[in-house]
Design a protein around this ligand. Structure first.
Ligand SMILES: [Zn+2]
Length: 451
């Protein structure tokens, strides 16, 4: 049962959505929900139809795809079943960076734009048609509802957020926050007991049915609650994403912080594409919005590369796009009743915490945001080699990007505070993790005892 205040805020959100001209978001949320419960045959039929439409559309509207597909002898109408997709070349992040103008099918001014989180080591400005953006917001509404959240209720985020999102400025923004959006965030630029306590206090006040979190942050909070450093709180559902959720993290979070823990999978470029069900054996794919494939890697590791085809974005088509992750796809029936295939054993997204000498930490994702704000157009890796020493590695010839690097060192000093030294290293190649995944932020130190 929702409280009168929640019902009122639900109306507020609806009015705000109407005001912004995004009413279709509710329709998309509804259709996403309906699609989740369709039979496997129906899902496959609809997905293949959407896939055929998309590939033909990209051929007809994007110079880049036309040229590439022409090279392999592909013509519109050639996709007759899913296995035909293997004929098409894969798309890497570098392809996107180098060929953006030829890839785009709509004028930039008619699209929404954003940057990737940078966890794969290369920055990318990407584009989404407005319709796709609204549809993605509808899917976000659908998964939140699937996890038990209802319109008008609060949603907490243990998450990297910009200052204006953390603390809305002005009475209008605060009114919108309180009576429509109802989201609150923790300041993850300083992982201190005080900031965690502030988040816990808000959680007690707002009683959210759902908290979204990086697993490393939720685990950190649970540990601090257990140690008595932060007072306790429990939420019905905690949903993690952006990093792999390890069993030790899930167990601790369930013991201390949340009745249920559900993962969801996505990336900035294509949004949330799969959610975990109560059976906890993989994440069900939203087949009406994406087509996923896994392909063998050349290593003997047995890992399979996950390729994503976004069925919604007609502005910047993503077809067989390298997610940077490894996963398995399980098409077998799930006892939860949903028929869509499940993503399992997702690997590759590792993000560390950088620690300050005073015992407070900063999330690696926040660190990647700092790198994003500079204009270093090369691969960068940040490694904390000792509590007082951080190495900034750049894959470039010596002396390149000096102004950007100096700016970055300055940003780090401002954010991380005193007691840290920074070392710039130019290298010909940044080594990858054993999984093949690029590690943007590495920390070799453990959390120090608070001084
Ligand atoms: Zn299931």
């Amino acid at each position: 049962m929702r409280t009168p205040a929640e019902l009122l805020a639900g109306l507020g959100r609806w009015a705000l959505t109407l005001h912004r001209g995004k009413r279709a978001m509710y329709r998309y949320a509804q259709s996403t929900r309906e699609n989740m419960f369709r039979s496997a045959d129906e899902l496959l039929f609809r997905q293949l139809a959407a896939l055929t439409r998309l590939v033909d559309y990209a051929y007809n509207n994007s110079r880049f795809y036309r040229q590439r597909y022409h090279q392999v002898g592909f013509r519109p109408g050639d996709i007759k079943n899913f296995s035909d997709m293997a004929r098409l070349p894969e798309l890497t992040k570098s392809d996107l960076i180098d060929n953006m103008d030829a890839i785009l099918c709509l004028p930039r001014s008619e699209m929404c734009t954003a940057q990737t989180s940078g966890t794969s080591g290369q920055q990318l400005a990407f584009f989404r048609s407005r319709r796709c953006q609204t549809h993605r917001r509808g899917i976000d509404l659908a998964w939140a509802r699937y996890f038990g959240w209802r319109d008008g209720q609060w949603h907490g985020w243990l998450w990297g957020a910009t200052p204006d999102v953390l603390m809305p400025f002005g009475w209008k923004a605060r009114l919108v926050r309180h009576w429509a959006e109802r989201q609150y965030f923790m300041d993850v630029s300083r992982l201190s007991n005080e900031n965690y306590q502030a988040f816990v206090d808000q959680t007690r006040r707002y009683q959210p049915p759902l908290v979204s979190a990086y697993p490393s942050l939720a685990h950190d909070l649970a540990q601090r609650i257990e140690a008595g450093e932060v007072s306790g709180v429990r939420v019905p559902v905690l949903s993690t994403t952006a990093e792999p959720l390890h069993d030790f993290q899930r167990n601790k979070i369930k013991a201390v912080l949340a009745d249920e823990v559900y993962e969801r999978y996505g990336a900035r470029e294509y949004g949330i594409v799969a959610v975990e069900c109560p059976v906890h054996q993989g994440q069900h794919v939203f087949t009406d919005s994406v087509y996923l494939e896994t392909v063998e890697t050349d290593s003997a590791s047995g890992l399979r590369r996950l390729l994503v085809t976004d069925l919604l974005n007609l502005g910047m088509p993503l077809i067989r796009y390298h997610s940077g992750d490894y996963a398995e796809l399980d098409p077998s029936a799930c006892s939860c009743g949903l028929s869509s295939p499940r993503l399992r054993n997702i690997q590759g997204r590792e993000v560390s915490t950088i620690w300050r000498p005073d015992g407070s930490g900063i999330s690696g994702i926040k660190v990647t945001h700092l790198v994003e704000q500079t204009d270093i157009n090369a691969r960068v890796q940040i490694e904390q080699v000792a509590l007082n020493r951080i190495v900034i590695r750049v894959e470039a010839s010596p002396g390149s990007f000096e102004p950007g690097l100096n700016k970055l060192v300055q940003r780090f000093s401002e954010t991380l505070g005193p007691g840290l030294r920074y070392e710039k290293q130019y290298v010909t190649r940044i080594e990858r993790a054993p999984s093949g995944k690029y590690q943007y932020v590495i920390s070799r130190v453990r959390r120090p005892q608070p001084s």
